[in-house]
Design a protein around this ligand. Structure first.
Ligand SMILES: [Zn+2]
Length: 576
């Protein structure tokens, strides 16, 4: 790749308001800071945001200075409009985005695109390129259709005819990049249509900022910084430019850095640091260069990332972020927007129901030998269809019950009692029609939390998800192994609040740096005969012991190695 690192470029975004304020002196000083602590390979220099447009002379001053330092300079646009003369009245739009049915605003959008294309061969749109306008004219033009359909058509037109078309008319070489936000589950509600825009734009980019998951308004699991980056790389193969994170509401340096780690583990080509003036002088940034250099060494020769396929069709929502919680229980997740018919395993959450053919695909998949795990959220909407397809006769009663006892059914000693209650949906099955691998109960009641059905050559499992899906972290570690073994019988890891990222040539283990976390032991299991798990960074070897696991009336041999993980520390491991 060139630049400061071998496996990625370090990039900083410069918003229009910041670019407009630069003086040659301030630019020189800021650059020295960023170069020292991050190592600056590239910037995106913005021409427009809100009320601010940057004049040509100012853009050229910044561009030539940065290029003289060997920094690559691309352009950027934020599609907010600020106070706009001629806009119809009405309530303020959330985030001041354009009304794309307003002829004057449409014209302004086209001008901004043309202006920017004069100076840059690559232009990225910041993730305000959504439409949420509900003005009287938009309601009128929407007519009898719904907002999703209306906005899909509207943004297809805007993308082709007001942004990409006009830019390419001015500069045929220009590469147009659409950055998608960190809220994938809501794209379709606000006119983000990656499945349509992939034919209009040259490349994409993805928001990986997760900030403080419990406390910030989006409540995004930390793992999103990895899995959403993987999702976009899978959705636009070879055309996802990078991942984009920021320091806002991170509150600790570790939390800030963690976003960069996970974006890099996802093999994003560019690590976009937003934004220039909030990074200069920020203590969060001071460890970045050192940590990125370590990750860069670690990623060398590690091969392609992979994991358990989770089918997340475009324009879908439901059980949002659930798969990311599994990612933080050591299950490596590989989200894909196309049904992975050839994969040996697949996980389907409620989001998969956005595919109108999902039941047929699922039936064929299992019939032909696949192992599918569906959640109770998926089942809730689809149980009649599943019954009609013959995949299961189990059903959800609609009742919920508080589980205080767990029972791993294949293990005669597999009872775990007196846990704090967790609410689960009640899943009822015909005895011996399906087989429960994990039960949950309280008093004399119990029901299945993980049910296996067979069909054709394959198996379909129903996994009961707690009402509050964050309660998964409170389930006993060994109960989750039942799910882990089903999703990956070859390699799995027991523990909580950590991730195992798997690649062709090794794995990375990382324990999250949450405030209340301490060191913890995780157990890595493989079905392959191995001697030890070796930490490549320090050469330590953790001996692998052969154990017998009882499950489902059978015994299986596994090799397991125990590793102690410290919060905020990552390492690369290989079997030897
Ligand atoms: Zn409008």
């Amino acid at each position: 790749m060139g630049g400061h690192y071998k496996n990625f470029k370090t990039v900083v975004y410069i918003p229009a308001q910041v670019a407009a304020q630069f003086t040659p002196e301030s630019l020189d000083k800021d650059y020295a800071f960023l170069e020292k602590y991050i190592g600056l390979d590239k910037v995106y220099l913005e021409t427009h945001r809100g009320n601010c447009d940057v004049e040509e002379a100012q853009l050229m001053m910044a561009k030539s200075f940065l290029e003289s330092k060997g920094v690559e300079v691309s352009g950027g646009i934020t599609t907010t409009i600020g106070d706009f003369e001629g806009a119809e009245g009405g309530k303020r739009r959330i985030f001041d985005t354009f009304c794309y049915t307003d002829p004057a605003m449409r014209n302004r959008m086209k001008e901004i695109s043309e202006y920017t294309a004069k100076f840059f061969d690559e232009i990225i749109l910041d993730d305000f390129y959504f439409t949420n306008c509900t003005c009287e004219r938009c309601i009128r033009e929407k007519g009898d259709t719904d907002w999703v359909t209306f906005r899909r058509e509207l943004m297809k037109d805007v993308s082709a005819n007001l942004i990409v078309g006009p830019a390419k008319a001015v500069n045929p070489k220009v590469k147009m990049v659409i950055k998608y936000p960190n809220w994938r589950e809501s794209y379709h509600f606000a006119g983000y249509i990656p499945e349509v825009q992939d034919e209009i734009f040259d490349a994409t980019y993805i928001g990986t900022e997760t900030r403080s998951p419990a406390y910030t308004d989006q409540h995004l699991p930390e793992y999103l910084s990895y899995s959403l980056a993987r999702f976009m790389q899978n959705a636009w193969p070879g055309r996802c430019g990078g991942g984009w994170f920021d320091p806002y509401q991170c509150w600790s340096t570790e939390r800030y850095l963690e976003q960069a780690y996970l974006t890099a583990f996802a093999q994003a080509h560019e690590l976009m640091h937003f934004q220039w003036s909030d990074l200069v002088g920020n203590r969060f940034v001071c460890a970045m260069g050192m940590q990125l250099a370590r990750i860069d060494d670690m990623m060398d020769g590690i091969g392609a990332a992979g994991g358990v396929p989770v089918y997340i069709p475009h324009a879908s929502s439901g059980e949002n972020h659930l798969e990311m919680r599994l990612g933080m229980l050591g299950i490596p997740i590989e989200p894909v927007s196309v049904f992975p018919a050839d994969a040996p395993k697949v996980l389907l959450t409620e989001s998969a129901l956005a595919d109108p053919d999902i039941i047929d695909k699922l039936r064929d998949y299992v019939y032909n030998g696949g192992d599918a795990v569906i959640t109770t959220g998926f089942m809730r909407e689809a149980q009649e269809w599943l019954f009609d397809a013959g995949l299961t006769q189990a059903h959800l009663t609609g009742r919920r019950y508080a589980v205080t006892r767990f029972h791993i059914t294949g293990d005669e000693a597999g009872y775990i009692e007196h846990r704090k209650p967790i609410l689960f949906p009640e899943l009822v099955h015909g005895n011996n029609d399906g087989w429960s691998l994990l039960n949950g109960g309280s008093g004399d009641l119990h029901a299945s939390l993980f049910l296996r059905n067979t069909y054709g050559k394959g198996r379909m499992y129903i996994w009961a998800v707690p009402d509050n899906d964050a309660d998964i972290y409170r389930m006993p570690k060994s109960t989750l192994d039942v799910l882990r073994r089903t999703l990956s019988d070859d390699l799995y890891a027991t523990g909580t609040d950590f991730s195992m990222f798997t690649y062709e040539n090794g794995m990375i283990l990382y324990r999250y740096a949450k405030a209340d976390l301490h060191t913890d032991r995780v157990r890595i299991h493989t079905s392959r005969p191995v001697k030890a798990l070796k930490c490549v960074d320090n050469g330590w070897e953790f001996p692998a012991n052969k154990i017998t696991v009882r499950e489902d009336f059978e015994e299986r041999e596994e090799y397991v190695a125990d590793v102690v993980l410290e919060p905020g520390i990552f390492g690369k491991y290989i079997w030897v």
